[in-house]
Design a protein around this ligand. Structure first.
Ligand SMILES: [Zn+2]
Length: 437
């Protein structure tokens, strides 16, 4: 089976489904080629399931005896590789040294293909689900999901689909990403931060650069950026992050003693947490100036300077409160415009039977791991489905090292054959278990 799974993923990687915020800049033929590939590779699915298209995104409906349903999400679009130093062709789909190498293997063609394989395999075994199973496969997740996830969620709402739980990509089984961890942690994302973009604009008078004023729009913008970097929002402990650290604490050696009392000792513990970008993101809203633009000739004073601030908003705050914060920091002179508005997601409760069932599935596949709640700082399609269920879990069934995590959206993304086996096994078991109760 491993051979077949690896080959399927390799073939999928070789179709470069690069999504773009501007749909006109996407290669429609490539997306169609990918959809044709799925249809050819998974004939039973296309014979037995209802398949609905939303642009290039697809929704499969596998009718069970019951109306009640389960929803699983994945996406097959990928991010570009320009400027990254790959040691293999990102779209070559090379299988070597126990890995399938290429863009999308971890995010998220791996999940997409293994999910298809699991369903196809269950169909071959003549498995019949009790509940109805919905699989929503996005083609534009990396650029916001407006054409895919948003439409599919609206459709599911419209037909009155009764979704019990939702599973999407997200946390994974982390072996060494959390410093001091004595056990692998299976991170189950219960929430995601809001990913919002603000555009800052400063205007000036322009003119010839041979007789310049002491400062111009670019210089003033530089000062504002410095202010943003030097004045991060206050640290705060949210219930999800508290639950995460409390669950990890018993397996964290000496630092576990502090983390176990994070609520009481937060003023001290937070000092350690903010020292690393990963843990810093758990305890505050973050700002990152990601783009800057200003001036268009070497000898002309810029009449305008612009900067994009990507904010990741922690639960308990909002786009509006963050806007107020920026306004207070930066003063009245700068124009601030919200160009992407995403509030922080709701938080899935974890003292539930639904969480318990997922925990059992994870342990069944991955053995001796500690299943813990987790806050995602990245955004995923799951947020678009919030109206359909309160039980949304963000988890990719894959064991990841620090190095693996760093390769996502970056160079040398790859997945091990062992992981491919585990992912396939997990999805098959999850589908069986979830569709029965
Ligand atoms: Zn993804």
């Amino acid at each position: 089976m491993t051979q077949r799974l690896a080959e399927s993923l390799s073939l999928a990687v070789q179709i470069p489904t690069l999504s773009h915020a501007d749909p006109d800049k996407e290669d429609r033929k490539v997306f169609q080629e990918f959809l044709d590939f799925l249809e050819e590779r998974y004939p039973k699915m296309y014979e037995k399931l209802e398949v609905k298209r939303f642009g290039d995104s697809i929704l499969y409906i596998w009718r069970g005896k019951k109306e009640e349903g389960e929803l699983i999400l994945a996406h097959y679009d990928v991010v570009p590789h320009e400027g990254q130093e790959w040691s293999a062709d990102p779209f070559g789909g090379e299988i070597s040294d126990g890995y399938v190498i290429g863009r999308g293997t971890l995010d998220d063609k791996g999940n997409c293909i293994l999910l298809h394989e699991a369903v196809e395999s269950l169909l071959r075994e003549k498995f019949k689900p009790e509940k109805t199973i919905y699989l929503a496969i996005g083609a534009d997740e990396e650029v916001g999901g407006r054409r895919g996830a948003v439409q599919m969620a609206a459709y599911l709402k419209e037909i009155g689909a009764q979704i019990h739980t939702i599973l999407d990509e997200g946390g994974a089984v982390s072996v060494d990403a959390i410093k001091g961890g004595e056990k692998p942690f299976a991170l189950i994302g219960l929430a995601e931060k809001g990913a919002t973009n603000f555009k800052l604009t400063l205007r000036g008078s322009g003119g010839h650069s041979s007789m310049p004023p002491p400062s111009n729009a670019i210089g003033r913008m530089a000062k504002l950026i410095q202010k943003i970097e030097e004045n991060p929002p206050k640290v705060r402990l949210t219930p999800t992050v508290q639950a995460m650290f409390e669950a990890m604490a018993p397996f964290m050696g000496s630092q576990g003693k502090l983390l176990g009392k994070i609520r009481k000792l937060f003023p001290i513990v937070s000092k350690f947490l903010v020292a690393s970008p990963t843990t810093n993101a758990f305890v505050r809203t973050t700002f990152c100036v990601t783009m800057i633009d200003g001036g268009n000739a070497p000898n002309v004073i810029p009449a305008k300077a612009e900067a994009i601030v990507n904010a990741r908003i922690l639960q308990g705050e909002s786009v509006e409160s963050v806007m107020t914060y920026l306004r207070k920091q930066l003063g009245e002179e700068v124009e601030i415009e919200v160009i992407l508005h995403e509030e922080p997601s709701r938080v899935t409760p974890h003292d539930t039977q639904e969480f318990q069932l997922l925990k059992e599935s994870v342990e069944y596949t991955f053995g001796d791991v500690e299943v813990v709640p987790y806050l995602m700082s990245g955004a995923s399609d799951a947020r678009h489905y919030q109206a359909l269920s309160e039980h949304i879990f963000r988890f990719s069934p894959v064991v990841m090292t620090k190095e693996d995590i760093a390769s996502i959206h970056s160079a040398d993304e790859k997945i091990s054959l062992d992981n491919i086996d585990k992912g396939f096994f997990f999805f098959k078991d999850y589908l069986k278990q979830r569709s029965m109760r």
